[in-house]
Design a protein around this ligand. Sequence first.
Ligand code: FMN
Length: 363
Amino acid sequence: MYQSLKPLLFCLPAETAHRLTLAALKYTPTALLPHYASNSPELKVTLWGRVFPNPVGLAAGFDKNAESLNGLFHLGFGFIEAGTVTVKPQSGNPRPRVFREPKFNAVINRMGFPNCGVAAFKDNLRKFLEKKPRPTGVLGLNIGMNKDQTEPAKDYTALVRSLAPMADYLTINISSPNTPGLRNLQEKGPLTELLTAVLAERKASCGEFPPPLFVKLAPDLTDAQIQDIASVLLELKIDGVILSNTTLSRPEELPTSFREQKGGLSGAPLTDLSTAVIRQFYAVTKGQIPIIGVGGIGNAMDAYAKIRAGASLVQLYSNLIFQGPSLPSMINKGLLDLLAQDGFKHISEAVGADHRTNDREAI
Ligand SMILES: Cc1cc2nc3c(=O)[nH]c(=O)nc-3n(C[C@H](O)[C@H](O)[C@H](O)COP(=O)(O)O)c2cc1C
Protein backbone atom coordinates (compact mmCIF):
# COMPACT_ATOMS: atom_id res chain seq x y z
CA MET A 1 0.00 0.00 0.00
CA TYR A 2 2.71 2.52 1.04
CA GLN A 3 4.79 1.66 -2.01
CA SER A 4 1.90 2.76 -4.26
CA LEU A 5 1.32 6.01 -2.30
CA LYS A 6 5.03 6.87 -2.04
CA PRO A 7 5.48 8.41 -5.53
CA LEU A 8 2.57 10.76 -4.80
CA LEU A 9 3.93 11.75 -1.39
CA PHE A 10 7.37 12.40 -2.91
CA CYS A 11 5.84 14.70 -5.58
CA LEU A 12 4.57 16.95 -2.80
CA PRO A 13 6.67 19.32 -0.69
CA ALA A 14 7.99 17.38 2.32
CA GLU A 15 5.86 19.20 4.87
CA THR A 16 2.66 18.84 2.84
CA ALA A 17 3.29 15.11 2.58
CA HIS A 18 3.85 15.02 6.32
CA ARG A 19 0.64 16.93 7.09
CA LEU A 20 -1.33 14.54 4.87
CA THR A 21 0.20 11.54 6.65
CA LEU A 22 -0.67 12.94 10.07
CA ALA A 23 -4.22 13.71 8.92
CA ALA A 24 -4.64 10.19 7.55
CA LEU A 25 -3.44 8.74 10.85
CA LYS A 26 -5.73 11.06 12.78
CA TYR A 27 -8.97 10.72 10.83
CA THR A 28 -8.89 7.17 9.43
CA PRO A 29 -10.78 4.80 11.75
CA THR A 30 -8.16 2.54 13.30
CA ALA A 31 -9.99 -0.52 11.96
CA LEU A 32 -9.01 0.66 8.46
CA LEU A 33 -5.37 1.46 9.29
CA PRO A 34 -2.67 -1.15 8.75
CA HIS A 35 -2.07 -2.86 12.09
CA TYR A 36 1.35 -4.16 12.93
CA ALA A 37 1.41 -5.55 16.46
CA SER A 38 4.87 -6.43 17.70
CA ASN A 39 4.54 -7.96 21.11
CA SER A 40 6.98 -10.86 21.49
CA PRO A 41 7.99 -11.49 25.10
CA GLU A 42 11.68 -11.51 24.05
CA LEU A 43 11.32 -7.86 23.05
CA LYS A 44 9.29 -6.56 25.98
CA VAL A 45 11.33 -4.03 27.96
CA THR A 46 10.53 -2.89 31.50
CA LEU A 47 12.40 0.23 32.55
CA TRP A 48 11.62 3.05 34.98
CA GLY A 49 8.53 1.04 36.00
CA ARG A 50 7.19 1.41 32.46
CA VAL A 51 6.41 -1.52 30.19
CA PHE A 52 7.51 -1.10 26.57
CA PRO A 53 5.78 -3.85 24.50
CA ASN A 54 8.75 -3.66 22.12
CA PRO A 55 11.90 -1.54 22.00
CA VAL A 56 11.16 0.40 18.78
CA GLY A 57 9.80 3.90 19.29
CA LEU A 58 8.82 6.89 17.17
CA ALA A 59 11.25 9.78 17.67
CA ALA A 60 10.23 13.33 18.56
CA GLY A 61 9.25 15.75 15.82
CA PHE A 62 6.93 13.45 13.89
CA ASP A 63 3.84 14.26 15.95
CA LYS A 64 4.76 17.65 17.34
CA ASN A 65 1.24 18.46 18.53
CA ALA A 66 0.24 15.00 19.85
CA GLU A 67 -2.62 14.88 17.36
CA SER A 68 -2.28 11.44 15.76
CA LEU A 69 -1.13 9.26 18.66
CA ASN A 70 -3.83 6.64 18.37
CA GLY A 71 -3.06 5.93 14.71
CA LEU A 72 0.67 5.96 15.34
CA PHE A 73 0.46 3.42 18.17
CA HIS A 74 -1.59 1.27 15.79
CA LEU A 75 1.50 0.95 13.57
CA GLY A 76 3.18 -1.12 16.27
CA PHE A 77 5.55 1.33 17.96
CA GLY A 78 6.50 0.28 21.50
CA PHE A 79 6.60 3.95 22.45
CA ILE A 80 5.99 7.36 20.97
CA GLU A 81 7.63 10.65 21.84
CA ALA A 82 5.28 13.55 21.09
CA GLY A 83 6.61 17.14 20.71
CA THR A 84 8.80 19.10 20.78
CA VAL A 85 6.23 21.36 22.40
CA THR A 86 6.96 24.87 23.66
CA VAL A 87 5.04 27.03 26.13
CA LYS A 88 3.69 29.45 23.53
CA PRO A 89 2.64 28.44 20.02
CA GLN A 90 5.21 29.40 17.39
CA SER A 91 5.38 29.15 13.62
CA GLY A 92 9.01 28.10 13.23
CA ASN A 93 11.33 29.05 10.39
CA PRO A 94 10.14 30.11 6.91
CA ARG A 95 9.27 27.29 4.46
CA PRO A 96 10.65 25.30 2.79
CA ARG A 97 12.45 23.94 5.83
CA VAL A 98 12.43 20.14 5.33
CA PHE A 99 14.42 18.51 2.50
CA ARG A 100 14.44 14.83 1.53
CA GLU A 101 17.20 13.03 -0.39
CA PRO A 102 15.71 9.61 -1.24
CA LYS A 103 18.89 8.27 -2.90
CA PHE A 104 20.68 8.59 0.44
CA ASN A 105 17.68 8.03 2.74
CA ALA A 106 18.55 11.39 4.25
CA VAL A 107 16.62 14.40 5.52
CA ILE A 108 17.71 17.92 6.45
CA ASN A 109 15.33 20.02 8.53
CA ARG A 110 15.46 23.50 9.99
CA MET A 111 11.92 23.61 11.32
CA GLY A 112 12.65 25.59 14.50
CA PHE A 113 9.97 23.96 16.70
CA PRO A 114 6.76 24.97 14.92
CA ASN A 115 3.98 23.80 17.24
CA CYS A 116 0.60 24.71 18.62
CA GLY A 117 1.84 25.51 22.14
CA VAL A 118 1.32 23.65 25.38
CA ALA A 119 -2.37 24.50 25.90
CA ALA A 120 -3.50 22.95 22.58
CA PHE A 121 -0.99 20.11 23.02
CA LYS A 122 -2.63 19.25 26.35
CA ASP A 123 -6.10 19.30 24.78
CA ASN A 124 -4.92 16.75 22.23
CA LEU A 125 -3.29 14.65 24.93
CA ARG A 126 -6.44 14.70 27.03
CA LYS A 127 -8.48 13.40 24.10
CA PHE A 128 -5.97 10.60 23.58
CA LEU A 129 -5.76 9.66 27.27
CA GLU A 130 -9.53 9.70 27.74
CA LYS A 131 -10.07 7.06 25.03
CA LYS A 132 -10.45 3.66 26.62
CA PRO A 133 -8.81 1.28 26.22
CA ARG A 134 -5.66 3.27 25.69
CA PRO A 135 -3.35 1.58 23.13
CA THR A 136 -0.54 -0.37 24.75
CA GLY A 137 2.76 1.46 24.59
CA VAL A 138 4.58 4.21 26.40
CA LEU A 139 4.00 7.92 25.75
CA GLY A 140 6.92 10.32 26.13
CA LEU A 141 6.62 14.09 25.91
CA ASN A 142 9.49 16.13 24.51
CA ILE A 143 9.77 19.74 25.69
CA GLY A 144 11.74 22.72 24.38
CA MET A 145 11.98 26.46 24.79
CA ASN A 146 10.43 29.20 22.70
CA LYS A 147 12.75 30.98 20.30
CA ASP A 148 12.44 34.32 22.12
CA GLN A 149 13.02 32.93 25.62
CA THR A 150 16.21 34.30 27.19
CA GLU A 151 15.80 32.36 30.45
CA PRO A 152 15.46 28.71 29.34
CA ALA A 153 14.74 27.31 32.81
CA LYS A 154 11.50 29.31 32.92
CA ASP A 155 10.08 27.48 29.89
CA TYR A 156 11.35 24.05 30.84
CA THR A 157 10.05 24.25 34.42
CA ALA A 158 6.67 25.58 33.24
CA LEU A 159 6.40 22.66 30.81
CA VAL A 160 7.37 20.10 33.45
CA ARG A 161 4.75 21.53 35.80
CA SER A 162 2.10 21.46 33.13
CA LEU A 163 2.83 18.13 31.43
CA ALA A 164 4.35 15.79 34.01
CA PRO A 165 1.00 14.37 35.16
CA MET A 166 0.22 13.29 31.58
CA ALA A 167 3.62 11.85 30.67
CA ASP A 168 5.03 8.33 30.94
CA TYR A 169 8.39 10.11 30.57
CA LEU A 170 9.61 13.62 29.83
CA THR A 171 12.48 14.58 27.53
CA ILE A 172 14.41 17.81 27.89
CA ASN A 173 15.40 18.69 24.35
CA ILE A 174 18.56 20.80 24.37
CA SER A 175 19.97 19.57 21.09
CA SER A 176 17.90 20.78 18.15
CA PRO A 177 20.22 22.84 15.96
CA ASN A 178 17.45 25.16 14.77
CA THR A 179 16.75 27.18 17.92
CA PRO A 180 19.52 29.74 18.45
CA GLY A 181 21.53 29.07 21.62
CA LEU A 182 19.73 25.81 22.48
CA ARG A 183 22.75 23.56 22.08
CA ASN A 184 24.75 25.80 24.45
CA LEU A 185 22.62 24.29 27.22
CA GLN A 186 24.72 21.14 26.78
CA GLU A 187 27.70 22.95 28.34
CA LYS A 188 28.46 21.85 31.90
CA GLY A 189 27.47 25.06 33.77
CA PRO A 190 24.21 25.84 31.94
CA LEU A 191 23.30 22.13 31.89
CA THR A 192 23.75 21.77 35.65
CA GLU A 193 21.75 24.93 36.28
CA LEU A 194 18.91 23.92 33.95
CA LEU A 195 18.60 20.34 35.16
CA THR A 196 18.77 21.35 38.81
CA ALA A 197 15.84 23.72 38.24
CA VAL A 198 13.89 21.10 36.28
CA LEU A 199 14.45 18.40 38.91
CA ALA A 200 13.34 20.75 41.67
CA GLU A 201 10.19 21.53 39.69
CA ARG A 202 9.50 17.84 39.10
CA LYS A 203 9.88 17.16 42.81
CA ALA A 204 7.59 20.04 43.73
CA SER A 205 4.86 19.26 41.24
CA CYS A 206 4.79 15.48 40.88
CA GLY A 207 4.64 14.07 44.39
CA GLU A 208 5.57 10.45 44.93
CA PHE A 209 5.50 9.12 41.37
CA PRO A 210 7.29 11.56 39.07
CA PRO A 211 7.78 10.59 35.43
CA PRO A 212 11.36 9.69 34.53
CA LEU A 213 13.34 12.55 33.02
CA PHE A 214 15.54 12.15 29.94
CA VAL A 215 17.91 14.53 28.21
CA LYS A 216 18.25 14.50 24.43
CA LEU A 217 21.72 15.31 23.12
CA ALA A 218 23.36 16.22 19.83
CA PRO A 219 25.74 13.83 18.07
CA ASP A 220 28.18 16.69 17.45
CA LEU A 221 29.90 16.58 20.85
CA THR A 222 33.62 16.44 21.61
CA ASP A 223 35.02 13.74 23.90
CA ALA A 224 35.44 16.35 26.64
CA GLN A 225 31.80 17.46 26.29
CA ILE A 226 30.61 13.85 26.53
CA GLN A 227 32.67 13.40 29.70
CA ASP A 228 31.29 16.62 31.19
CA ILE A 229 27.68 15.84 30.32
CA ALA A 230 27.96 12.28 31.61
CA SER A 231 29.31 13.50 34.93
CA VAL A 232 26.44 16.00 35.31
CA LEU A 233 23.77 13.43 34.41
CA LEU A 234 25.23 10.87 36.80
CA GLU A 235 25.56 13.37 39.61
CA LEU A 236 22.01 14.65 39.21
CA LYS A 237 20.66 11.11 38.72
CA ILE A 238 18.97 11.86 35.41
CA ASP A 239 16.93 8.80 34.43
CA GLY A 240 17.88 8.40 30.79
CA VAL A 241 19.58 9.93 27.78
CA ILE A 242 18.45 10.07 24.16
CA LEU A 243 21.29 9.82 21.63
CA SER A 244 20.98 11.52 19.30
CA ASN A 245 19.34 14.46 17.64
CA THR A 246 20.23 15.50 14.07
CA THR A 247 23.80 16.44 13.08
CA LEU A 248 25.26 19.64 11.71
CA SER A 249 27.97 17.62 9.97
CA ARG A 250 27.69 16.87 6.23
CA PRO A 251 29.28 13.74 4.78
CA GLU A 252 31.13 14.51 1.51
CA GLU A 253 29.15 12.04 -0.57
CA LEU A 254 25.84 13.89 -0.22
CA PRO A 255 24.81 15.90 -3.32
CA THR A 256 25.95 19.54 -3.06
CA SER A 257 22.52 21.12 -3.44
CA PHE A 258 21.25 18.97 -0.55
CA ARG A 259 24.22 19.19 1.80
CA GLU A 260 24.28 22.98 1.50
CA GLN A 261 20.84 23.30 3.09
CA LYS A 262 21.07 24.70 6.60
CA GLY A 263 19.68 22.58 9.45
CA GLY A 264 20.06 19.17 11.06
CA LEU A 265 20.82 16.09 9.00
CA SER A 266 19.10 12.78 9.83
CA GLY A 267 18.55 9.38 8.25
CA ALA A 268 21.17 7.01 6.87
CA PRO A 269 24.13 9.45 6.96
CA LEU A 270 23.61 9.78 10.74
CA THR A 271 23.53 6.05 11.51
CA ASP A 272 27.17 5.41 12.38
CA LEU A 273 27.77 8.76 14.04
CA SER A 274 24.89 8.29 16.48
CA THR A 275 25.91 4.68 17.18
CA ALA A 276 29.44 5.88 17.97
CA VAL A 277 28.10 8.46 20.44
CA ILE A 278 25.95 5.77 22.11
CA ARG A 279 29.00 3.50 22.40
CA GLN A 280 31.09 6.26 23.91
CA PHE A 281 28.42 7.40 26.34
CA TYR A 282 27.76 3.84 27.52
CA ALA A 283 31.50 3.33 28.09
CA VAL A 284 31.96 6.62 29.96
CA THR A 285 28.94 6.01 32.21
CA LYS A 286 29.67 2.27 32.53
CA GLY A 287 26.09 1.64 31.45
CA GLN A 288 24.67 3.35 34.51
CA ILE A 289 22.23 5.58 32.59
CA PRO A 290 19.82 3.83 30.20
CA ILE A 291 20.23 5.08 26.63
CA ILE A 292 17.57 5.48 23.96
CA GLY A 293 19.40 5.16 20.64
CA VAL A 294 18.20 7.11 17.61
CA GLY A 295 19.73 8.13 14.31
CA GLY A 296 19.39 6.61 10.86
CA ILE A 297 17.73 3.34 11.87
CA GLY A 298 16.36 1.78 8.70
CA ASN A 299 16.46 -1.93 9.44
CA ALA A 300 16.91 -4.43 12.27
CA MET A 301 20.71 -4.48 11.91
CA ASP A 302 20.87 -0.70 12.45
CA ALA A 303 18.72 -1.02 15.57
CA TYR A 304 20.67 -4.01 16.85
CA ALA A 305 24.00 -2.22 16.36
CA LYS A 306 22.75 0.58 18.62
CA ILE A 307 21.50 -1.94 21.21
CA ARG A 308 24.82 -3.80 21.25
CA ALA A 309 26.59 -0.44 21.55
CA GLY A 310 24.55 0.31 24.69
CA ALA A 311 20.99 1.40 23.84
CA SER A 312 18.18 -0.14 25.89
CA LEU A 313 15.54 1.16 23.48
CA VAL A 314 15.63 2.73 20.01
CA GLN A 315 13.65 5.32 18.06
CA LEU A 316 13.36 6.32 14.43
CA TYR A 317 11.90 9.02 12.26
CA SER A 318 13.51 9.64 8.84
CA ASN A 319 13.36 6.10 7.51
CA LEU A 320 9.64 5.97 8.17
CA ILE A 321 9.39 8.54 5.35
CA PHE A 322 11.37 6.36 2.95
CA GLN A 323 10.10 2.92 3.95
CA GLY A 324 6.60 3.44 5.26
CA PRO A 325 4.51 2.27 8.20
CA SER A 326 5.55 -1.39 8.28
CA LEU A 327 9.09 -0.38 9.33
CA PRO A 328 8.71 -0.74 13.14
CA SER A 329 7.23 -4.23 12.86
CA MET A 330 9.85 -5.25 10.28
CA ILE A 331 12.58 -4.15 12.68
CA ASN A 332 11.01 -6.03 15.57
CA LYS A 333 10.82 -9.22 13.50
CA GLY A 334 14.44 -8.81 12.45
CA LEU A 335 15.53 -8.19 16.03
CA LEU A 336 14.09 -11.57 17.06
CA ASP A 337 16.29 -13.27 14.42
CA LEU A 338 19.39 -11.32 15.45
CA LEU A 339 18.88 -12.17 19.12
CA ALA A 340 18.52 -15.85 18.27
CA GLN A 341 21.68 -15.75 16.12
CA ASP A 342 23.66 -14.41 19.06
CA GLY A 343 22.11 -16.87 21.51
CA PHE A 344 20.28 -14.20 23.53
CA LYS A 345 16.96 -15.13 25.07
CA HIS A 346 15.88 -11.55 25.76
CA ILE A 347 16.69 -8.14 24.28
CA SER A 348 18.10 -6.94 27.62
CA GLU A 349 20.96 -9.44 27.25
CA ALA A 350 22.09 -7.69 24.06
CA VAL A 351 22.24 -4.20 25.58
CA GLY A 352 25.90 -3.14 25.62
CA ALA A 353 27.03 -6.60 24.45
CA ASP A 354 29.84 -5.08 22.34
CA HIS A 355 31.47 -3.70 25.45
CA ARG A 356 31.55 -7.08 27.11
CA THR A 357 32.99 -8.73 23.99
CA ASN A 358 35.62 -6.01 23.79
CA ASP A 359 36.43 -6.49 27.47
CA ARG A 360 36.98 -10.17 26.88
CA GLU A 361 39.18 -9.43 23.88
CA ALA A 362 41.18 -6.91 25.88
CA ILE A 363 41.84 -9.48 28.62
C1 FMN B 1 11.56 16.81 10.15
C2 FMN B 1 12.16 16.49 11.49
C3 FMN B 1 11.72 17.18 12.62
C4 FMN B 1 12.28 16.88 13.87
N1 FMN B 1 11.80 17.52 14.97
C5 FMN B 1 12.29 17.21 16.20
C6 FMN B 1 11.77 17.81 17.37
O1 FMN B 1 10.83 18.61 17.32
N2 FMN B 1 12.32 17.47 18.56
C7 FMN B 1 13.35 16.57 18.68
O2 FMN B 1 13.81 16.28 19.78
N3 FMN B 1 13.85 15.96 17.57
C8 FMN B 1 13.35 16.26 16.35
N4 FMN B 1 13.84 15.64 15.25
C9 FMN B 1 14.97 14.69 15.41
C10 FMN B 1 14.49 13.24 15.50
O3 FMN B 1 13.71 13.03 16.65
C11 FMN B 1 15.70 12.28 15.55
O4 FMN B 1 16.44 12.52 16.74
C12 FMN B 1 16.64 12.44 14.37
O5 FMN B 1 15.92 12.73 13.19
C13 FMN B 1 17.47 11.19 14.13
O6 FMN B 1 16.66 10.07 13.86
P1 FMN B 1 16.32 9.56 12.38
O7 FMN B 1 17.63 9.51 11.63
O8 FMN B 1 15.68 8.23 12.56
O9 FMN B 1 15.41 10.57 11.79
C14 FMN B 1 13.31 15.91 13.99
C15 FMN B 1 13.73 15.23 12.84
C16 FMN B 1 13.17 15.50 11.61
C17 FMN B 1 13.65 14.75 10.40
